[in-house]
Structures are given as structure tokens and as C-alpha cells.
Ligand binder design. Structure first.
Ligand SMILES: Cc1cc2nc3c(=O)[nH]c(=O)nc-3n(C[C@H](O)[C@H](O)[C@H](O)COP(=O)(O)OP(=O)(O)OC[C@H]3O[C@@H](n4cnc5c(N)ncnc54)[C@H](O)[C@@H]3O)c2cc1C
Length: 443
């Protein structure tokens, strides 16, 4: 584990030069940055979004619990209509082949009175839906959009100037949504605690002969989880966590060989499989910022935390960052306050600590329990899954206990649950219901 301020600050731009003046400058136009800009401008806060549009992305994102509400409030959700597939069942299968093996466990959203735990959407569809909503906000004059890199930050007592090739942007607060290596985080002098795993995620999409029944299935293997998540029709996305060299080798296999290899690893659960999308191998690591805000810079998304893709937590955490930050900044704005005032930064830092640290530690423990051949670790994991499988009140307690902390001033009482299905896939229809967001130990 290493403590680091891992990136060098770039030279500061001229704070006295003319340019855009906004309350908040969001730097980074990935999913976290677009969500933050939309949420803030949706509350009437003068906002600029700075950063190039995201490129193609082979991954999908399972949006759990309150994430759908955050996207609905940001005006994105209707654009995902028909493209977000409900996750009704989450199944865990111990495929470690070890002496102590856990029983198969299946959690059903119906047990909690929910239509779905969440929705799976391709990152390309999600980014496109967000970009369309951003374009609509720009056209309506509610958002300033500069599709260029931030080249420097001058942080002063009264505000921050963000340098860009399209001229400077002066803001009270910078929202750093500029990814894992975050130059804005470095400019604010915020350090991270980081550690890496000898693992990479192989990702792709597949078609298969048998229906998935809107169930995601996670096989626990000694190298990490192998997870199939439903897409429209008889298709699924795959996140296969493996040793880095094996994940890289998978990307080099011919499509037919790769399809058979995946089907073998899935024990033909969904019948014959055929890879039908791009493949990528993504190295895994974890970092958590020591502070989530300082010196007029607040961190959202991977600028603040990066965790392995176990339990589909990453962007869900980021959307909770966005919801918390928006509420805090909007409250300050209502009182005529400065979006980057110390009280705002302190409130945001406090709001994010427990949620982010809890998820990062939970995911880390679960991951290590898979990788470790140490018997007590395996016993602990198996016992946990046995309890989850066999004792109904504990199952529900575990499911609800794993539900994330509240979003919004009232502690969160919002959750979309009514995804309806149509012939070719599913509708992203939603009904308000109590907030849920899965904890790391459940999927
Ligand atoms: C295999 C895999 C599967 C995953 N599955 C899930 C899932 O099912 N559910 C889930 O919730 N999460 C999931 N995640 C996590 C999720 O994908 C990430 O948390 C999310 O993509 C991070 O988004 P971001 O906007 O924070 O960062 P990024 O997507 O990295 O965006 C950062 C942006 O900042 C921009 N930028 C960088 N420097 C500058 C600069 N100087 N100026 C302006 N812009 C800049 C970059 O161009 C980029 O567009 C998964 C992750 C992996 C690896």
C-alpha cells in the first residue's frame, strides 16, 4: 500500500484574464463529470463542463439502487428507455474448486418487494445518453461546455481559474471528475492511499442460446469473479477477473476460440456462446483519496476512489458523490454562499468518507478471500454465503444491510423499481420506492 500525491500540478493559468465566470467548473466529461454537471446546472447553479468527450468503451455498467434516481433527476434516465436491462436476480456460484466451497446463493429483488436491484446498460449507451442531455442543457443556456482539456489550475482564496485552450474558466469550486490520475486532485494537493492487485478485468459482450432470465451470475474463481450480466435479448456482458497475463492473452484469441473458452468457464450455463462485441483487458487497482475536498476542489468518481469491478460499485459510488455534492452546493447557493467555501468542502468530505471507505474495504476483503488459499478466509466466505443462502431473515437483513447510505437531504427515500420488459429487451420505466444500493458483500 502506498500513500501518494501521484501527479504533478501543471502551471497555473492567469487568474486575471477574461473568461467564463461560473459558480462551479466540472473538470472531466466522463460519466461522473457529465452527471455532476447536469445535476448542478439542473439545480440552477452556474456550471461549466470542461473535458473532451469520452471515447468508445467496451464495458457495461450495472446501475444499482439510487443511481437511477440520480440519473432521472439529471434528466438522463428517459434517454436510456429500452436500453437499460433490469437485474432481477443475482446469483453467486463458488467455482474455486477448493476444499471448502460455499453453497450457490441467489438473491431475488422480489424478496425485498423490488422489481429489480438495478439496471445494466452499455457504457457507450450511458455516455451517449449523458452527452445528449448535456447538449440539451447547453442549447437551453443552462450549461457552459468546453470540450477541451484543462491545462492548469490557479487556486486562490476567492476562487479557482482553470486554464484551457478555449480560454480560462473562473469558478468558486472545481469538481474534479478527471479520472484516476486526476490533475485537479494533484493541484489541490490531495493524496491518495493506493494498492494494486495482480489482476485484470477482461471485458466483452456475448450472445448465447439460452435466456438469462434477467439474472446476473457471478462465478467465484481462485483468480477473481467471472460475472455475466444481462443485456437485451439473449445477450450478456462479461467481466472476467483474471491474472493480468491471462486477461491479455484472452484479448488475443480468435473469436471462435474465445467464445468456446468463455462458454467452458461459464459451465455452459447459458448454452452456446458467441462473442459479439469488442474486448479489452483493464488492470485493476484501488485508490481512495485521503480527503474528498480541499482548497476549492471536490473529488467525484475515480478522482476520489477507484475499486475493482466486484459488486458493480464504482460508478454507483460516483453517482452518490454527485448527489451528495449537489445537495451541499445547492444548500450553500440558496443561502447566497460561495460554492467553494470551507464549510461546503468540509460537509462534502464528511458526507463521503464512510460510504467510500466501507465499499473499498468490503470489496478488498471479498477479493482477497477469493485469491487467498488461507483456510480461515475460505471458511469465513463460505459461512457468510451459507448464512445468506439458508436463513431468510438474515438474507433480507444482509440484503438491506448491504443497501447503501441515503442520498439526499432526507437520507434517501428514492429508488426506481418498476422496470418493465418488452419483447426485444426491457423498458427503463421506473417507479419511486425506497432507496437501495447493494453492498460489496452481496454480489
Ligand atoms: C471492468 C469494469 C467494470 C465496471 N463495471 C461497473 C459497474 O457495473 N457498475 C459501476 O457502478 N461501476 C463499474 N465500473 C466502474 C466505472 O466504470 C468507473 O467508476 C467509471 O467509468 C469512472 O468514471 P469517471 O467519470 O470517474 O472516470 P473516467 O471515465 O476515467 O473519466 C475521466 C474523464 O476525465 C477526462 N480528463 C482527464 N484529464 C483531464 C483534464 N486535464 N481536463 C479535462 N478532462 C480530463 C478524461 O478524458 C475522461 O473523460 C467498472 C469498472 C471496470 C474497470
Amino acid at each position: 500500500m502506498a500513500a501518494q500525491g501521484d501527479d504533478k500540478a501543471v502551471p497555473g493559468p492567469d487568474a486575471s484574464a477574461p473568461g467564463h465566470r461560473v459558480a462551479v467548473a466540472v473538470v472531466g466529461a466522463g460519466p461522473a463529470g457529465m452527471a455532476a454537471a447536469l445535476a448542478l446546472c439542473g439545480r440552477g447553479i452556474a456550471t461549466a463542463l470542461i473535458g473532451p468527450p469520452p471515447g468508445p468503451d467496451a464495458r457495461t455498467t450495472a446501475l444499482l439502487g439510487a443511481s437511477a434516481d440520480v440519473l432521472a433527476d439529471a434528466g438522463v434516465w428517459p434517454r436510456l428507455e429500452g436500453r437499460a436491462i433490469p437485474l432481477e436476480v443475482m446469483r453467486i456460484i463458488d467455482d474455486t474448486g477448493r476444499l471448502v466451497r460455499a453453497p450457490e446463493v441467489a438473491f431475488s429483488a422480489a424478496e425485498l418487494g423490488l422489481a429489480a436491484f438495478g439496471w445494466n446498460v452499455t457504457n457507450d449507451d450511458l455516455n451517449a445518453a449523458m452527452a445528449e442531455t448535456v447538449a440539451a442543457a447547453v442549447a437551453a443556456g443552462r450549461l457552459v461546455r468546453l470540450p477541451v482539456l484543462a491545462t492548469g489550475f490557479a487556486i486562490g482564496d476567492d476562487g479557482v481559474t482553470v486554464g484551457t485552450a478555449a480560454g480560462p474558466v473562473h469558478a468558486g469550486l472545481v469538481v474534479a471528475a478527471d479520472g484516476a490520475r486526476s490533475p485537479a486532485r494533484a493541484a489541490a494537493g490531495i493524496e491518495t492511499v493506493s494498492w494494486s492487485y495482480s489482476q485484470a478485468a477482461f471485458v466483452t459482450t456475448l450472445s448465447h442460446r439460452l435466456p438469462h432470465g434477467f439474472a446476473s451470475t457471478e462465478f467465484h474463481t481462485p483468480a477473481g469473479p467471472f460475472t455475466l450480466v444481462p443485456l437485451a435479448g439473449n445477450r450478456s456482458s462479461l467481466v472476467w477477473v483474471e491474472r493480468p497475463e491471462r486477461a491479455r492473452a484472452l484479448t488475443e484469441l480468435a473469436p471462435g476460440v474465445l467464445s468456446r473458452e468463455i462458454e467452458r468457464q461459464a459451465h455452459s450455463l447459458l448454452g452456446e456462446m458467441s462473442v459479439d462485441g469488442p474486448c479489452a483487458a483493464i488492470p485493476l487497482g484501488t485508490h481512495v483519496a485521503r480527503h474528498f475536498a480541499a482548497r476549492r476542489v471536490a473529488l467525484v468518481g475515480e478522482a476520489g476512489h477507484r475499486i475493482p469491478p466486484i459488486g458493480a460499485q464504482g460508478l454507483n459510488l460516483s453517482l452518490r458523490d454527485v448527489a451528495n455534492l449537489t445537495d451541499i452546493v445547492a444548500a450553500a447557493a440558496r443561502n447566497g454562499g460561495d460554492a467553494g467555501a470551507p464549510a461546503v468542502l468540509e460537509a462534502y468530505d464528511r458526507a463521503r468518507r464512510a460510504d467510500v471507505a466501507g465499499r473499498a474495504v468490503g470489496i478488498d476483503l471479498l477479493n482477497r478471500s477469493l485469491l487467498s488459499g488461507f483456510l480461515p478466509f475460505q471458511l469465513g466466505r463460505s459461512l457468510g454465503l451459507y448464512v445468506a443462502s439458508e436463513v431468510p431473515p438474515l438474507r433480507r437483513l444482509l440484503m438491506r444491510g448491504g443497501l447503501g447510505p441515503g442520498v439526499g437531504p432526507g437520507g434517501g427515500a428514492r429508488m426506481g423499481g418498476g422496470a418493465g420488459k418488452s419483447a426485444g429487451g426491457a423498458k427503463a420505466g421506473r417507479a419511486r420506492r425506497p432507496l437501495v444500493a447493494f453492498g460489496p458483500c452481496l454480489w
